[in-house]
Design a protein around this ligand. Structure first.
Ligand SMILES: CC(=O)[C@@H](O)[C@H](O)COP(=O)(O)O
Length: 255
């Protein structure tokens, strides 16, 4: 079970809701993923225009925890404004802080992310910042009182998977907060790898929404995250340079 700010969730998969070919496929994929937490960009929703279509009306909202994100923000000020707008809708009390510092890479601006997170914690939000895979920044974020750390595996939508497993493992080892690997996951193997590193969860969007078959990929992600977690809990064997026989004969009785 995943626990964030005292709330527990069965699923360790957090699913994004952008870029699906249709609302119907999105709904099926969400069901196949069996995710409990769904993230969406506040700026892309018609939260205060009920006459406009949006994906929320396709879903049984009592089943999901909504995690609005501040996508589109470049500064702390913008991120805080978007977060307050989401809270005012009454749909959610958690916020994914996303303050992008580079239009080409979509990598987060560490300074603005830190500022926004600090302010939103003071305002009483449950704060989940999307951050670069920097252990020092993760520590600074933890000091502000955020409720999870969400380091990127690689640039959003790139599907490159985990570029720097060592950096992720530094964060996982040093923080007391849940670590949710967020962005850049390309395949089920990447998601399993994140879990095997010891992450508490994975947030992904494009790998499912842009897959050849988003519904099948959603199901694959669910299984991969469960398998990766089990493998982590089971404890993998050490990597050795040389062979060691799988069926040793030494010490066997011969009569
Ligand atoms: C939906 C969302 O929050 C994205 O900004 C997130 O970071 C996922 O990235 P991918 O699309 O690379 O999975």
């Amino acid at each position: 079970m995943l626990t964030i700010a005292g709330k527990t969730f069965q699923s360790r998969l957090l699913l994004g809701t952008g870029k699906y070919p249709s609302f119907d496929i999105q709904k099926e994929a969400v069901q196949a993923a069996e995710a409990d937490i769904l993230t969406f960009a506040v700026r892309r929703m018609n939260l205060f225009e009920p006459s406009q279509p949006n994906f929320l009306e396709q879903l049984d909202l009592s089943r999901y925890t909504l995690l609005p994100n501040t996508a589109g923000a470049k500064t702390a000020e913008e991120a805080v404004r978007i977060a307050k707008l989401a809270k005012a809708s009454g749909l959610c009390d958690m916020i994914k802080v996303e303050a992008i510092g580079c239009a080409k890479t979509l990598l987060p601006d560490p300074v603005e992310t830190l500022k926004a997170s600090e302010e939103l914690v003071k305002e009483g939000f449950i704060v989940l910042p999307y951050t670069s895979d920097d252990v020092v920044l993760a520590r600074r974020l933890e000091e502000t009182g955020v409720h999870a750390i969400m380091p990127g595996a690689s640039p959003i939508g790139s599907g490159q998977g985990i570029i720097n497993p060592l950096n992720l493992s530094f964060i996982i080892e040093q923080t007391n907060l849940p670590v949710i690997v967020d962005a850049g996951i390309g395949s089920a193997a990447d998601a399993a790898k994140a879990m095997e590193l010891g992450a508490d969860g994975v947030l992904l969007n494009t790998a499912v929404s842009a897959a050849g078959n988003p519904v099948k990929m959603a199901a694959a992600m669910k299984l991969a995250i469960e398998a990766g977690r089990l493998s982590f809990e089971a404890g993998r064997i050490p990597v050795k340079t040389y062979a060691s026989a799988s069926s040793p004969i030494e010490g066997m009785m011969t009569s």
